[in-house]
Design a protein around this ligand. Structure first.
Ligand code: SF4
Length: 265
């Protein structure tokens, strides 16, 4: 794994460099440096067929690729293709994917997607965004991963938690929802590099730009990065008085909502 070089500039110099460049120029420069840092970056999910890539990507929601790669050898030995997954005993499927979390939903989506592949797409994973989005458990993130890594087609930018966080911190988007982050990135980056951006940004998120403790002092992108919200302490909610008793928020009463979304298990 490549190690980031020491930052070349102080914070003041960093600000000046950032100000000179347009957002697009900055995005391209960030991409060039990420490419230098992680020249051999690749999709870190293990798979042998496009169906297996689809299944591994569904399993990777709310789970690390490392964990998914521990589960898929056993899963694909028992159920190697869309037909066997479509006909699998659901209980057995759930047991096999259990350690990836949200296993009931994931097993249901994997089976539903494979059944649709068998019934509607002649046993082949569809090759268009529109068709992929018809599959249970597949939203744009999963579809982008499958299209780019399975078919070599960049129809969008894969936006996972790392891509979302880093693109925001870079100051290349003001949004925090994946759809808008993806749209902003599509405007800034050349289409052939869309998936390469995602893969390399994910590497940098894992190695340097941690969600809680970004290592800005060791980051070679510091002169290009807005470091948005990185230094700001969390402010208390403006709407709550200090003495107000805690009440149950909507999100607190619906913890499973996220997991029901497409691309989430
Ligand atoms: S926030 Fe810090 S660690 Fe993350 S990319 Fe920017 S400079 Fe690097």
């Amino acid at each position: 794994m490549a190690i980031a070089e020491k930052p070349p500039a102080s914070q003041e110099t960093a600000k000046r460099i950032t100000k000179k460049l347009t957002k697009k120029q900055r995005a391209l420069e960030i991409f060039d440096r990420l490419t230098g840092l992680y020249p051999d970056a690749f999709c870190s999910l293990d798979y042998e067929t496009v169906v297996q890539l689809l299944v591994a990507t569904i399993l990777s929601a709310q789970c690390t690729d490392e964990r998914v790669n521990k589960v898929t050898p056993g899963l694909f030995t028992r159920f190697p293709d869309a037909k066997s997954l479509a006909e699998a005993d659901r209980d057995e499927l759930e047991i096999l994917v259990r350690s990836t979390g949200f296993y009931r939903n994931k097993a249901k989506n994997i089976q539903g997607a494979c059944q649709m592949i068998m019934e509607k797409f002649d046993g082949e994973v569809p090759r268009t965004m529109e068709e992929l989005l018809l599959l249970p458990g597949v939203a744009r993130k999963t579809a982008n991963v499958v299209l780019a890594n399975g078919f070599g087609t960049n129809m969008g930018v894969t936006v996972d938690t790392h891509v979302k966080r880093l693109t925001y911190r870079f100051g290349l988007t003001k949004h925090t929802d994946p759809i808008h982050v993806e749209r902003d990135l599509m405007k800034l980056l050349p289409q052939p590099e869309w998936e390469n951006w995602s893969i390399r940004t994910i590497y940098h998120g894992r190695n340097i730009c941690d969600a809680r403790k970004p290592l800005c002092g060791d980051c070679t992108l510091v002169d290009l990065c807005d470091r948005k919200d990185v230094d700001k302490p969390k402010s208390p909610s403006k709407n709550k008085s200090k003495n107000q008793p805690k009440s149950k928020s909507k999100s607190a009463t619906k913890p499973a909502t996220k997991a029901r979304k497409k691309d989430s298990p």
